[in-house]
Design a binder for this molecule. Structure first.
Ligand SMILES: Cc1cc2nc3c(=O)[nH]c(=O)nc-3n(C[C@H](O)[C@H](O)[C@H](O)COP(=O)(O)O)c2cc1C
Length: 190
């Protein structure tokens, strides 16, 4: 089965991001199309980009970049779980993405945004041009989690049926795109 990397973009302790990523992982396991694995940017703890060369032209020199490159390279598709800060996505997400170049290319990406008033949609929409610049192909629909609606009184993420079906629709689309794009990657590599 193709490998799906589910990236929790938050680096903040107490973030609901990892539990949202874990819910997406559960939906992907249930779906049975991908073998999912998660990456938590807080645990990955990349420094600010410190490679001497350009990710599009030069091989990485630092062990943390090589390890990150191998992880992303091993994925056939991505889901980015994106938190919204000040109407956009966050600096750690941009930094993690900027470390690499070829590893993202011709792979589909689904988005789960979360936040308060806009449910993370502004963060996702701000990120989409970056994904396009790297040759990632976005899957519709975008899933959004509203922290006022989808957390219980204790702050625990409680997805309802509507969120489950939105995630399933996004994962179905991601599966279709992955089948199309894996052929394209194989012919580009030949
Ligand atoms: C610095 C900062 C800026 C924020 N800006 C927004 C915002 O513009 N729109 C929004 O809906 N929520 C905003 N929020 C609320 C966050 O979306 C919410 O706290 C969410 O849990 C943040 O993700 P995290 O818990 O993974 O850090 C902001 C929170 C922080 C800490």
């Amino acid at each position: 089965m193709p490998r799906l990397m589910i990236l929790s973009a938050s680096t903040r302790p107490t973030s609901p991001g990892p539990s949202i990523a874990s819910w997406v992982t559960g939906r992907a396991v249930r779906d049975g199309v991908f073998t999912p694995f998660t990456v938590d940017l807080a645990e990955l703890a990349l420094p600010f980009l410190d490679e001497p060369g350009s990710p599009s032209q030069d091989a990485p020199v630092h062990p943390h970049t090589r390890a990150w490159s191998a992880t992303v390279d091993s994925a056939d598709a991505f889901v980015f779980v994106v938190n919204e800060y000040n109407h956009s996505y966050t600096a750690p997400l941009k930094n993690a993405v900027d470390f690499l170049f070829h590893e993202w290319r011709r792979k589909p990406v689904g988005f789960v945004g979360y936040g308060m008033s806009s449910r993370g949609m502004r963060a996702v929409e701000a990120f989409q041009p970056v994904a396009a610049a790297l040759g990632m192909v976005p899957a519709a629909p975008v899933v959004t989690v509203g922290l006022r609606d989808d957390l219980d009184g204790a702050g625990v993420f409680r997805p309802g049926a509507a969120l489950d079906s939105a995630a399933d629709a996004m994962l179905r689309e991601l599966g279709g795109l992955e089948r199309a794009l894996s052929g394209l990657r194989a012919s580009a590599a030949a």
